[in-house]
Design a protein around this ligand. Structure first.
Ligand code: FE2
Ligand code: FE2
Length: 176
């Protein structure tokens, strides 16, 4: 499996949850909170691992570095909206409005990744590199799910990365 397929698999899991979210305005606070937690548990490990493995590598390549930075900002925006929903304790028009905005923002982000970013990445990454990235992505996502960004794990992931990208992952490691 290549990184593109691994990322798309997660996107396909996320999309129906977003559709559920915009229709959840009338549900109890408990049901809405569970749904938000479910989206968070899908989105956050995906985004952290995608940044570390895919974006941090693309940043090193002139032709695609702008696209990667753009992706980072969209992750931050989506997570801010998700946190807002999480702390709103009553249903009103704003809750559904923010849920709709989040769904649209993430659908736009996913379409851009699977379109512009994948196409650009395929021009610069060898198939073998894209395969190594898929393995590194799945490993790292598992670690983020357990919320342990341990140094030894990132070192292990860095070792799994294509050599020309590994140093960047190690310098990311020292910032966390
Ligand atoms: Fe993604
Ligand atoms: Fe993303």
């Amino acid at each position: 499996m290549q990184i593109y397929e691994a990322l798309k698999k997660d996107h396909d899991t996320l999309k129906p949850l977003l559709a559920q979210l915009v229709n959840a305005g009338g549900e109890s606070a408990e049901v809405r909170s569970q749904l938000i937690d479910q989206i968070r548990d899908e989105l956050v490990p995906h985004s952290r691992a995608e940044e570390a493995v895919f974006y941090n590598s693309l940043r090193q390549i002139d032709e695609v570095s702008d696209l990667a930075w753009h992706g980072y900002t969209e992750h931050a925006e989506a997570e801010a909206m998700l946190r807002t929903l999480q702390v709103m304790d009553k249903v009103n028009a704003d809750w559904t409005a923010i849920a709709t905005k989040l769904k649209e923002a993430l659908e736009h982000h996913i379409a851009e990744e699977e379109g512009k970013i994948f196409n650009a990445a395929k021009q610069v990454l060898a198939d073998e590199e894209a395969e190594m990235m898929a393995t590194a992505f799945e490993q790292l996502k598992g670690e983020v799910q357990e919320q342990s960004f341990m140094q030894n794990t990132l070192d292990m992931i860095a070792n799994m990365m294509p050599t020309r990208f590994a140093d960047k992952l190690r310098s990311f490691n020292h910032r966390v």
